[in-house]
Design a protein around this ligand. Structure first.
Ligand code: SF4
Ligand code: SF4
Length: 389
């Protein structure tokens, strides 16, 4: 298979020192500290008028017009999710800039530049699945929780093994979340956080993704604070009646000085599976996977899976196992850069044949999925699970 770390071909990328960051949303604000470690940030550009004129760490946020001259003098790193990149590409190209010569999306820059010029393995995002138990039962759950028969909490010793294997082979991960299911249900959550704490210096943003139905106890709150772990709350109160509990959770997190992001009015792409399976042909599946372009990879059982939905369907026993879905970290030589590069290729979507088997059945997260739905519609409410709401 050809490499996907092949965009930075111009030699002037090598001695990069000064750059412009394009995008200062939730994503860009997580990327900035990384860039500041190694580069001088000349300016931040953002299309949002609310952000323009602000100063972040001494760096001005400016609009496109104000940055026009600078943009022609410095390389531009675009820190937005792939979904929004096409629009920014268009804006920059209209100004005469060329993708990969003058600007590049962070998700390509981060693994490729550090591999080529610093001999490091840097992964944009890998999450850790810790449980398949959940307090909700969402019909269109992308982890297919309602359809998994044998639910389980991941064992501490298995997680320890996966985490060790990962950090022996990966130099930095920019974004890492614990999730499930509902991670606050895991009885050994403090132990899991302690395991990650050992590697905290290698992790940029470390977070936990919750549906907000569980209030963590004081020990968990202490651990979240100790290791600077952020909490991302998916607020499903538009579909489920639990706003009071969400407010209480936010208040407690705030009192404990734990960084919290609460996302409301969420719209999901309905993957369809397993209720209604797509039937993409082989060639179509390649384009379909490219349009999906998922950035969410999972660490579990000593393996990194390219796609969370594919992993959940396989490990949940809903589809057959497929070896091309993951890299087994046990087979990666931790002392060989070339061997470790396999991790970067997987995360870049360099999959044998150009698609995952599951892409043929799955609606995906890309622009070709027109099935947008209100998040968290519940099915077969399990009174026992939900009585706590
Ligand atoms: S809250 Fe809903 S979407 Fe999230 S893991 Fe549970 S069932 Fe799935
Ligand atoms: S289309 Fe493919 S890559 Fe995208 S979510 Fe579905 S299985 Fe994963």
């Amino acid at each position: 298979m050809e490499t996907r770390l092949n965009r930075l071909t111009k030699t002037d990328w090598k001695d990069l020192k000064d750059i412009i960051l394009f995008g200062y949303g939730r994503y860009g604000s997580r990327v900035l500290p990384y860039l500041q470690k190694d580069f001088n940030i000349v300016a931040i550009v953002d299309n949002d008028v609310q952000k323009q004129g602000k100063i972040v760490d001494g760096i001005s946020i400016v609009n496109l017009k104000e940055a026009q001259e600078l943009l022609h003098n410095y390389k531009v790193i675009v820190a937005v999710q792939a979904f929004f990149y096409a629009e920014i590409c268009k804006q920059l190209e209209e100004m005469g800039l060329r993708e990969y010569d003058d600007f590049i999306i962070w998700s390509q820059f981060f693994p490729e530049w550090y591999y080529k010029y610093q001999k490091k393995i840097c992964v944009e995002k890998t999450d850790i699945v810790i449980t398949s138990f959940c307090s909700l039962n969402c019909e269109s759950c992308s982890a297919f929780i309602p359809y998994i028969k044998e639910k389980k909490h991941e064992k501490l010793k298995d997680l320890e093994n996966s985490i060790r294997l990962f950090f022996e082979r990966v130099d930095r991960v920019q974004d890492m979340n614990l999730y499930g299911g509902e991670p606050f249900l895991h009885p050994q959550l403090c132990g899991i956080i302690e395991l990650l704490g050992k590697y905290r210096h290698k992790i940029g943003y470390l977070g936990i993704i919750t549906n907000g139905t569980i209030i963590p106890d004081s020990q968990v709150l202490h651990m979240l604070k100790k290791y600077h772990i952020g909490v991302s709350i998916s607020d499903y109160s538009a579909s489920i009646d639990y706003k009071g509990k969400l407010d209480r959770l936010c208040k407690i997190l705030n009192e404990n000085e734990i960084s919290t992001v609460r996302t409301v009015n969420m719209i999901w792409f309905d993957l369809g599976f397993p209720r209604k399976k797509m039937r993409y042909g082989r060639e179509e599946a390649k384009t379909h996977m490219t349009s999906c372009n998922t950035a969410c990879h999972d660490l579990i059982d000593g393996k990194i899976y390219y796609c969370i939905a594919d992993r959940a369907a396989q490990l949940g026993g809903l589809i057959p196992y497929s070896k091309k879905s993951y890299v087994d970290l046990n087979t990666i030589d931790k002392d060989s850069l070339e061997s470790r590069k396999e991790i970067l290729e997987l995360c870049a979507g360099n999959i044998e044949g150009g698609y995952l088997d599951f892409c043929q059945l799955c609606g995906g997260f890309g622009y070709d999925n027109k099935d947008e739905i209100l998040a968290a519609k519940q099915i077969n409410k399990n009174v026992k699970d939900n009585e706590d709401l």
